[in-house]
Design a protein. Sequence first.
Lengths: 187, 312, 100
Amino acid sequence: MLVDIGFWVLAVLAVASAVLVFVVDSMARATYALAVSFVAVGFALVLLQQNYVGVVTVLMMLMEMAVMAVYMVMYMGMNPALMPMSMVHGKRAALAVSGAAFVVLGAGALLVDWPVRRGVPAPDVTAALGEALMGRQMLVMVVISPVMVATIVGGVVLAAHRTRYDRFGDDLRRRPARDPQRGGVGR
Amino acid sequence: MGEAVTPGLLGSVAVAAALLAALATAAVVLDGVLGARSEGRSSRPALTRPVDEVARLLRQRRRAPLSADTLLWRIGGGGLGVAALLMVAVVPLGEWVIADLDVGVVWFNTMDVAVWALVWLTGWGANSVHSLVGGYRFLALALAYELPLMFALVAPAVGAASLDVREIAAAQGSLWFVVWMPVAFAVYCLGVVAFSVWGPFTPPAGSDVAGGVLSELSGVDRLLVQAGRYALLAAGAAFAVPMFLGGGSGPLLPGWAWVVLKSAVLLAALVWLRRRLPSARPDLVMEVGWVVLLPAVLLQDLAVAVVVAWRG
Amino acid sequence: MTLETVLLVAAALFAVGLYGAISQQVVVMVMMGLEVMVNAVILAAGAMWWFLAPDPTGQVLLLVVLAAMTVEMAMGFAVATLVHRHRNSDMTDSATDLAR
């Protein structure tokens, strides 16, 4: 009973704040509305007995939104004064498409004859997840790690406007490198 | 491992809040006394500093700058204390714990990431330049200290083979983790000081930017932020006890008393160290965090993992 | 709380995200729409795990979704920064080179 009430509170919070993301007039408010939506989903996962994944979702999304807000301000250059802003195109078509998507997905959720539950959860779900990751599902981690490294490198290469020639000179011999910020370890 | 004793929720939250407030108040007093001593002033006013400050700020008029985003601003300021309370919710006081969460370590980490959002919102909401500069400074520091802090939390979890704070405390029966994980402990303490926006990590609220995130705060808003910073410091010190300092183990006294005592001692050590450390400039700390602290903590984790694997 | 109700909530979240991803003109807002959609996927996957097959493997899928989301964000911001730097614009309408 308590779990049901908790779930519905979280569900309403998640959907309402997701709607607010595209309604509110301030970039900061939009970003943190999205953060609230993620936090609600994270706690819903905790209600679904997935403590680790739920709490990690909250952790990652709070961090991501804190950084995202910085990008928002960087691109849009808005002050916190609530400026009216509506930057949309094809609003009517988008509403129709998303309404149709909701009908199709919702109908699927209600009409599909879901199979009965198979198996029971492990006594310690988090430990079972860890063992799966380090055992049978090791390949997943082995694949994700290089993808993450490639993302870091690729992201920096795309976003940084200074190259090694800017830092080390045309013959790459200048030491220390010429950087806008002096590093903290005296290189 | 016995069953966790969980008394009524409201009662235990009240007790935790009272303990947190007492620790934070003691830290304020000690900081004031040490500060007065180092400047050769009488330390008498410092003894009543918390009461004086609270009375002064509660009477002060609460003002807000033109077109401040008051909602976000107040969420940011008021949230710091809440985050601190949620941190101590997973700290076991002997056998007694508010929230017996099996992923307590991740929970603590989540709360300290929530501080990113809260401090930035405090800086942003005021709609003033210095305040926003303070918010950005905090994020810059956060990017430097967060990863080392995360990997520092990994070390005790690996050592105890659990993310449950109670089990980590129980795993240190013979040897406290601080003894064979000194690097992780040091980095953890640095992280605690950093997410409290305090001591060497004050630049987000520094006087060179007219108080940074604090610059536009007044009255009860200012009180909440200042109290929140000390509450975060106290919560961080309290969480170190089950993670590194053997939890409630100790002779004579009951478990809860040892937890409070050890937290107080660590808190006092942090306050004492404050005057002996240089200020952490955001532009310099980034490289220190990623080039020095992060590899050091990773090596510590590796050492812990090897020991655990070797012991089987 | 049954599988159907959780999936219904996830469908609502997905539809909201889809609306945002299609209609918004600012790159970051488009990414927010995508994030809301991934949020719905996380909720739906979590519900499926609990109500259909509570096996550790299902949680691994959730972690993969989270990882995919971070990759999406990182690359999205990198490309958005690049576009912003070269064209001084953060609108999707100014980055239609591949459409021509």
